[in-house]
Design a protein around this ligand. Structure first.
Ligand SMILES: Nc1nc2c(c(=O)[nH]1)N[C@H]1C(S)=C(S)[C@@H](COP(=O)(O)OP(=O)(O)OC[C@H]3O[C@@H](n4cnc5c(N)ncnc54)[C@H](O)[C@@H]3O)O[C@H]1N2
Ligand code: MOO
Length: 412
C-alpha cells in the first residue's frame, strides 16, 4: 500500500477503479437534475407541422401583389381554423382561411396576414399592401429536425431540457440511477444531534454535512449511523454499508491514534488497501480500499478536513459514477486580497471565497483555518491551493484556487 501520495495520484488511481452506475427510465419531472444515460434523438420534427405564429388569415402571397391602400385586394374567407384542429379546405387563388395562433397552415397558403392588417366585411377581407411569402409562418422542423440529437448522454437534465423532451413526446427519460453513497461515522465521542449532549461527547456533524453534499449532488446518501472505535464493529458496519451502496465513506479513526482503527477494520474485512494518507493539509489522514469492486474511502474525522477531502478527492469519483462527463472542478487564478502569515511546508488548501469583479477574480480567506474550525467552510466557495514550501502569502499576489460546488449558482 502506498502512503502519503499526492492528491492527483490518488484521484487518478481511484478514478480508474469506478464506473458509471446502471441506467433506468424515470418520468419527465423526476429526471430533473439527473444525468442522461444516452443521446436523445428526436423522433419528430418540431414543430410537427407548419403553423401560424399569429391570429390572422392564411392566403397566397401572390394574390396580394397588386394591393394598394387606394386599390385593396379582396379575398373570400372560406373557413376558420383554431389551434388543435386541421383545415378541411385548401387555400386557392382569391381565397383565405381564418387561422388562430398555433393552428396548422392550410395547404395552398404560403403566408399569414394578421387581423390588424386587413379589414373584414362579411365573408371577405381586404388587403392594402403586398405580403412576403413565408414571413409569418413557423415552419415544420424549424426548432428540431426529425433524427436530430437534442441532448448528448452525460448531460444534466435541466428544466428547459425537460420541456424539450416533453415537446418531442419523450415521457420516460433514460438516466443513470442515483448513486447510493453509504456514510458512516466512527468515534466513541459521537452523538446524533437529536440526542442530549453528554460529558465528553460531541455531536456528529460529518454524517450530516456529507449526506447533505450527496443530496445536493443528486445522489442518494445512505445513513449508516455512528459506530464506536472498535475494529470488529466497524468492519461489520462497513460490510453492511457495502451491501447497501455503490460507494462507502467513513469518517474518523484513520490517523495514528491508539483508537484509529478504520485501517485495521478494512484489513479484518479482507478489503484491499490502496493508499493511506495524502500529501496535503488539511485532510491528510485518508485511507482508500476496495472490496468486491466497490471503493471504501475513510476520511479524517476532523469536520473541515472531511469536507475538503470529500470535495477534492471523492466528488470527482461520484461524478464519474453518476455518468457525468466533466468530473473535475474549475481551477481559477485569483488575486489574494489579504495576507496569510503562515509558511506552508506541506501543500495546503485554504478555505476562501472567490468573487469576480470586472473580469478579474479576487479571493479572500473565509476565516480561521485551523483544524478544529468548521465555520469557515460556510462561506467557502473555493480552496486556495498553496504549494509545498511556500512562505507567507501577501495581499495582491496571484494564487490558484479550486472552485467548489456547495452553492448551486457558483461564484460567477
Ligand atoms: N500523532 C498524530 N496525531 C494526529 C495526526 C498526526 O499526524 N499525528 N494528524 C492529525 C490530523 S491532521 C487529523 S485531521 C486528525 C485525524 O484523525 P482521524 O481521522 O483519526 O479522526 P479522529 O481522531 O477520529 O477525529 C478527529 C477530530 O474530529 C472529531 N470528529 C470525528 N468524527 C466526527 C464527526 N463525525 N463529527 C464531528 N466531529 C468529529 C473528533 O472528535 C476529533 O476531534 O488526527 C490528528 N492527530
Ligand atoms: O488532516 Mo488534519 O485536517 O490536517 O487537521
Amino acid at each position: 500500500m502506498k502512503t502519503s501520495i499526492s492528491l492527483e495520484e490518488a484521484q487518478a488511481t481511484l478514478l480508474t477503479l469506478v464506473r458509471p452506475v446502471a441506467q433506468g427510465q424515470v418520468p419527465l419531472l423526476a429526471a430533473t437534475g439527473r444525468v442522461l444515460g444516452r443521446d436523445i434523438q428526436s423522433g419528430v420534427n418540431l414543430p410537427v407541422f407548419s403553423k401560424s405564429p399569429l391570429d390572422g388569415y392564411a392566403l397566397q402571397a401572390k394574390d396580394s401583389e397588386q394591393a394598394k391602400p387606394s386599390q385593396p385586394v379582396t379575398l373570400t374567407v372560406i373557413e376558420e381554423v383554431r389551434a388543435g384542429y386541421v383545415p378541411r379546405n385548401k387555400v386557392m387563388a382569391g381565397t383565405a382561411i381564418k387561422v388562430m395562433t398555433g393552428a396548422p397552415v392550410p395547404e395552398g397558403a404560403d403566408e399569414i396576414v394578421k387581423f390588424e392588417d386587413v379589414t373584414r366585411e362579411g365573408n371577405s377581407i381586404k388587403l392594402f399592401s403586398p405580403v412576403t411569402p413565408g414571413k409569418n409562418v413557423i415552419r415544420a422542423g424549424e426548432d428540431v429536425i426529425q433524427g436530430e440529437t437534442i441532448a448528448p448522454g452525460g448531460m444534466v437534465v435541466t428544466p428547459p431540457l425537460v420541456g424539450l423532451l416533453a415537446a418531442i413526446g419523450v415521457a420516460a427519460v433514460p438516466v443513470f440511477e442515483k448513486v447510493r453513497i453509504a456514510i458512516l461515522s466512527t468515534g466513541d465521542e459521537l452523538l446524533d444531534p437529536s440526542r442530549d449532549l453528554l460529558p465528553g461527547k460531541i455531536y456528529n456533524s460529518n454524517l450530516h454535512s456529507l449526506g447533505a453534499y450527496c443530496l445536493q449532488l443528486g445522489t442518494a446518501p445512505v445513513d449508516m449511523g455512528i459506530v464506536p472505535d472498535e475494529t470488529t464493529a466497524i468492519a461489520a458496519r462497513i460490510s453492511q454499508a457495502l451491501q447497501a451502496s455503490d460507494l462507502v465513506i467513513t469518517t474518523g479513526g484513520v490517523s495514528v491514534g491508539d483508537y484509529d482503527v478504520v485501517p485495521a477494520a478494512l484489513t479484518q474485512l479482507g478489503a484491499e488497501l490502496i493508499f493511506w494518507k495524502l500529501d496535503m493539509k488539511p485532510g491528510s489522514p485518508v485511507i482508500a480500499a476496495s472490496y468486491n469492486n466497490k471503493l471504501i474511502i475513510g476520511l479524517s474525522g476532523n469536520p473541515a478536513a472531511a469536507l475538503i477531502t470529500f470535495d477534492l478527492l471523492v466528488v470527482p469519483l461520484i461524478k464519474k459514477m453518476m455518468g457525468l462527463e466533466k468530473q473535475f472542478p474549475l481551477k481559477v487564478s485569483a488575486i489574494l486580497t489579504e495576507n496569510f502569515n503562515k509558511s506552508s511546508q506541506q501543500r495546503r488548501f485554504l478555505r476562501a471565497r472567490v468573487q469576480r469583479d470586472k473580469a478579474m477574480n479576487y479571493v479572500k480567506l473565509t476565516g480561521e483555518q485551523s483544524n478544529g474550525v468548521l465555520k469557515s467552510m460556510i462561506d467557502c466557495n473555493a480552496l486556495i491551493d498553496v504549494p509545498a514550501g511556500s512562505g507567507p502569502l501577501l495581499a495582491g499576489q496571484e494564487v490558484s484556487a479550486v472552485v467548489l460546488g456547495h452553492e448551486p449558482g457558483g461564484f460567477l
